[in-house]
Design a protein around this ligand. Structure first.
Ligand SMILES: Nc1nc2c(c(=O)[nH]1)N[C@H]1C(S)=C(S)[C@@H](COP(=O)(O)O)O[C@H]1N2
Ligand SMILES: [Mo]
Length: 257
């Protein structure tokens, strides 16, 4: 009787087997990836009003927020500053939400909503009467560009002190809204009270150009440009996250640097 002798595989056969195996693994991973992604989008979003970041992604972002705020705020981290000569003469303009209607800057007044619901109105002159601070820093947009720019105004923390906003300043968030309510941002209070956060009325030593937020804008160097709201109409305070234009589009609420 003839015994069948098992031949060892040739090199070509071995390569073929491995190729089939690795290709199968590759296909399995692709389908696992697609299934995982689909699953993520069946999960509820934990934020109200279309702030549509899925819960697991939101958790990652919240974790990042904790780490970043520990790094950037606990040891009094300051954004790097530059000498004035380094500032660009004609900074680029980016983002026009809430700026398209020019008429409402003529009788501009800032509306400040206090914790008890009262609104006080504040003129530009009374803001200019507060101690003036300047900063030259590298302004960073999430679109991937940055430029060194020069701004002056009032520290947000000085503003809070001057208007006796102790109760408001102890709340978790500050919300800023353009007069026409087309653009709005929310800022966590520790970042708002950071010494480099300014209510700004000058760029390169001149009143703000209209497209750059005349008469008053926020400058917050510890965050991406999306948070530096131009043309502030209303400032309010809250323990819940105020509405935020780009967070509603899925961007990170904290947007720290
Ligand atoms: N009112 C308003 N403020 C805004 C925006 C906007 O669209 N509307 N865009 C933001 C973004 S994405 C950036 S990068 C900066 C750009 O500021 P600049 O135009 O002074 O360069 O403004 C921020 N503030
Ligand atoms: Mo931006």
């Amino acid at each position: 009787m003839k015994k069948k002798i098992k031949q060892p595989l040739t090199i070509e056969q071995k390569i073929r087997t491995r190729r089939i195996l690795s290709f199968s693994v590759f296909i399995v991973f692709i389908f696992a990836g697609i299934a995982g992604w689909r699953y993520l989008y069946t999960l509820p979003s934990n934020l109200p009003e279309g702030q549509n970041t899925r819960v697991p992604l939101r958790k990652v972002l919240d974790g990042n927020e904790k780490v970043f705020s520990m790094l950037t705020l606990s040891n009094n981290h300051l954004a790097k500053t530059f000498p004035k000569e380094k500032a660009v003469k004609k900074p680029r303009v980016n983002g026009m939400y809430g700026l398209r209607n020019d008429a409402d800057t003529t009788n501009w007044q800032l509306h400040l909503v206090k914790a008890n619901g009262d609104t006080i109105t504040i003129t530009l002159d009374s803001i200019k009467a507060l101690p003036k601070t300047e900063i030259v820093f590298d302004f960073k947009c999430i679109e991937g560009w940055s430029q060194v720019t020069h701004w002056s105004g009032v520290r947000f923390s000085d503003f809070v002190k001057h208007y006796g906003l102790g109760k408001e300043g102890a709340m978790n968030y500050v919300g800023l809204i353009t007069p026409d309510k087309q653009y709005y941002v929310g800022i966590d209070m520790p970042s708002a009270l950071h010494p480099q956060t300014l209510l700004c009325y000058e760029m390169n030593g001149e009143p703000l150009p209209v497209k750059q937020g005349y008469p008053l804008r926020l400058i917050i160097p510890t965050k991406y440009g999306i948070k530096s709201l131009k043309r502030i109409g209303t400032i309010c305070f809250s323990n819940q996250r105020p509405k935020d234009y780009w967070a509603e589009q899925g961007y990170d609420y904290y947007s720290g640097l």
